[in-house]
Design a binder for this molecule. Sequence first.
Ligand SMILES: C[S@@+](CC[C@H](N)C(=O)[O-])C[C@H]1O[C@@H](n2cnc3c(N)ncnc32)[C@H](O)[C@@H]1O
Length: 222
Amino acid sequence: MTSRPALPNLKRNNPYILEIQNHQDQIWFSPEQAGADLADFVSGPGALRLDLGCGAGNFLRSCALAEPQARFVGFELRYKRLVVAARKFKKSQLQNVRLAKARAEDLTSWFAQGTLDRVHVNFPDPWPKARQQKHRLLGQRFLADLKVLLKKEGEFWFKTDHKEYFEWALGQIEACGFYEVVELSWDLHHSPYQEHNQLTEFEGLFLSQGLPVYHLKAILKA
Ligand SMILES: C[S@@+](CC[C@H](N)C(=O)[O-])C[C@H]1O[C@@H](n2cnc3c(N)ncnc32)[C@H](O)[C@@H]1O
């Protein structure tokens, strides 16, 4: 008799793969599985905002508490971060946040044309080596997808600790020609834009080390 191959240790020992099942009221796994909840959530009242690569949810929790009339969806790949975020949202009794265990690159299979008010990308993996740049999220394909999904004058917000990625992304945004950059700072926390800033987990770490945060806000051109 042949036995089934064992799961890699990493998966067998990851308790968050089990716990994530308890948060299915908050976490979507595919557009098909999310079904009516996704449709209701997207068509609900108030602005629809995304956080791509949302980590353990501090930013989303602060935004959802500050704007209870808006709706927020976080995309994230890691089980532990999703579970930790879902626990936080339950503890804060937030009804206006969902999570998707999904790739930020697959946004177009989740949302229809012209449905998003704002997309945040906070401290994405910088893929610093030249041969890794193809993995960077903020390239031409993503910017073109976003153009389709954003509403008229929809917003794209980006912050990072990585100067080279920031300047590269700014070049990508300018090259595509779809967006107007209306806020730009090489030191967010010493700029007027800090007033509307909500902290992320990574941002807290960089701040505690005295490092600058780069920020931009771009608006889809009419
Ligand atoms: C550097 S962390 C930043 C987390 C959070 N935004 C913050 O600022 O604290 C990048 C996050 O993006 C997630 N991530 C990486 N690639 C992704 C992708 N293609 N789609 C969705 N999430 C992704 C990682 O799992 C990780 O949690």
